[in-house]
Design a protein around this ligand. Sequence first.
Ligand code: SF4
Length: 211
Amino acid sequence: MTLLDVAETHPACTVLGPGSRYVVWVQGCGIGCAGCVSPQWIPVDHSRARDVAGLADDIAGRAADGLTISGGEPFAQADAVAALIAAVRERRDLSVMSYTGYTLEHLRAHGSPGQHRLLGSLDLLVDGPYLAHRQAALRWRGSANQRLHFLTGRHAGLRDAPDHSAGLQIEVAADETVRWLGVPAVAGFRQWIEDRLGLVPSDTFQREQNR
Ligand code: SF4
């Protein structure tokens, strides 16, 4: 059994890659960008381990156009993430996009076999650490140093699309829980919205309303 530490999932996100995508946010990151929008997902936490085969069943059973892996740092669990992608594609041939705090050049030059296998599984990669002083409103990225790589031809038609923010996805559940996902276009957005909506930290999703 292959296990992957998973912080959260969402079955239908429209702001983290093309179309509607199943998103897996992995738990654990050793990079430590100042201003990281998901600090609760930085610590390694094996209590969040999920069986890759079961997760692949759930992903393939949904209506999403693609799969996006974010976090946390997907390449810190490269073997398990690559195994997840392979298991998903045994079930459905989905587009796959990943984020990483490493650069593509670093991964190609110094990556482990698992990291190379993961790179070879991706259609799209957003690379580089989040740098708050280079905050920018770009397509699926938060800072100007981060690049969108088209690693296959699957999304070649999007290469010349406007490179501006995809915005945020806001959801209000029946119990009035407020959730948001996506890449904020402005620095300090997380603190800003928490202050205005009375949100409090949550380790179950991005943020939940405190009632
Ligand atoms: S690489 Fe991503 S998860 Fe890790 S600290 Fe940077 S922004 Fe946060």
